[in-house]
Design a protein around this ligand. Structure first.
Ligand code: COA
Length: 238
């Protein structure tokens, strides 16, 4: 299970980070991937062995090395990507589903007023941008995007974009518009192929326009040469 989750995490890093080169490099150098692997060990000690102090120590060690603090009891599915790592805090009753991307400085926390389930549940394929604070025991719907620096205090519908302080919904996309889904690599590939074809078509149009321009210039030059010849002939006749 631990290895399966690690594989999923590495895959998520590959999908979501254009700078990612290969699985080995990700495994070796990505602090977000390390944080999740450490967390899964801490979670095992906390939930299965009920050795909460050891779990807490592991979690603090992971925080020291990665800058990511995850409570050992938080539930995180394989295939989540924490980019850059630093300053991410994930609370005890938080749940994070696969395909979610978490940037630096994100907090999945409580408001300090609730007991029990007091941290958010983040569904699949959510983007939590840099510095976003999601506070409370509500659900962030599948495919939602939380803007950089937003403070979210209420339930977020599926595929909604929330920005600002306090967070407000600025748009709700159609599910098919989701540009990036962990489960939909094929969709991303298709989208990229479409973009590549569009780019090729645009380049072709540009090349044709340049050729036309060159042709026009050439014919303009010929006309001028003809005129000069005619004028010279006229001059000779005079
Ligand atoms: C929210 C975000 C993901 C874009 O989502 P989106 O659904 O494509 O939204 P749009 O870009 O269409 O923006 C919708 C509106 O919200 C505004 N908006 C976008 N991000 C915002 C933000 N972080 N704070 C405030 N307003 C923001 C836009 O200006 C736009 O307003 P308008 O409709 O008046 O023009 C993106 O803006 C963002 O915050 N990205 C940060 C990613 C990140 O953390 N990168 C760090 C890498 S190290």
């Amino acid at each position: 299970m631990w290895f399966k989750n690690l594989r999923e995490d590495i895959k998520a890093a590959k999908i979501n980070d254009p700078a990612a080169r290969n699985s080995f490099e990700i495994w070796l150098t990505y602090s977000g991937v390390h944080a999740l692997s450490w967390h899964r060990v801490a979670y095992f000690f906390h939930k299965k062995l009920r050795m909460k102090l050891i779990a807490r120590i592991i979690s603090q060690l992971a925080r020291f090395f990665t800058g990511v603090e995850i409570h050992p009891a938080a539930w995180i599915e394989g295939g989540v990507f924490i980019d850059h790592g630093s300053g991410v805090v994930i609370g005890e009753t938080a749940e994070v589903h696969k395909g979610t991307v978490i940037y630096q400085g994100v907090t999945l926390g409580g408001t300090g007023k609730e007991r029990g389930k007091r941290h958010p549940t983040v569904m699949e394929d959510v983007t939590l941008s840099a510095g976003a604070k999601v506070l409370g025991g509500f659900t962030v719907g599948k495919g939602a995007k939380i803007g950089a620096g937003a403070v979210v205090l209420k339930e977020v519908p599926e595929y909604a974009t929330v920005v600002g302080v306090p967070g407000r919904i600025v748009r709700i996309r159609k599910p098919d518009d989701a540009e990036k889904t962990h489960s939909g690599v094929i969709a991303v590939t298709a989208l990229n192929a479409e973009i590549a074809v569009e780019e090729l078509e645009r380049k072709e149009e540009e090349a044709k326009a340049l050729a036309r321009e060159a042709e026009e210039k050439r014919s303009g030059k010929k006309k001028t040469e003809k005129k000069v010849e005619e004028t010279e002939k006229k001059d000779e006749n005079l």
